[in-house]
Design a protein around this ligand. Sequence first.
Ligand SMILES: [Mg+2]
Length: 190
Amino acid sequence: MGDEEVKNDALQIIGMFQLLPRLVVFDLDYTLWPFYCDCVSKREMPSLFPQAKGILYALKEKGIDMAIASRSPTSDIAKTFIDQLNIKPMFVAQEIYASRTNKTDHFQRIHTRTGIPFNSMLFFDDEDRNIQSVSKMGVTSILVDNGVNLGALRQGLTEFSQNASRSEKNKQSWQKYSQNSNSSGKKDED
Ligand SMILES: [Mg+2]
């Protein structure tokens, strides 16, 4: 499957959803590319997982922002690879640094930089501890086991829209509740 074919399939998948994330955040190692970049030489020519580029293009075309959250200890190599792969202009934020936290710092910074609320973000990563900690912040977080691919994209958008419609319902019932308690004694019209 070429990049163009993947992109068209990804566009179709994205088109199936009404509630979309405003920002999609990707880990690098074993999520966008199939290696740990602290284990390879800067001189090597990197490549992405086969469906990753087509998915990035589709999200870009739909006007969905993208960012990187990576705990790589060799951020210089990671940044060189992103340059070589010609995907640097795709990202509104690149948080790449070693840290003790499971990416919560990365997400705080992405939030500060973009102003996008956590519940409008979708995150892909191959490590469960990152998924656990970031999902607690309110980000829809998807564990990938074979890199970002069309299946992971579909799963991510499905879970995102479920979370979004759940919080929309909660908001509505809260508004209804507070309206009712404000209009004390007045009977509901319907
Ligand atoms: Mg990783």
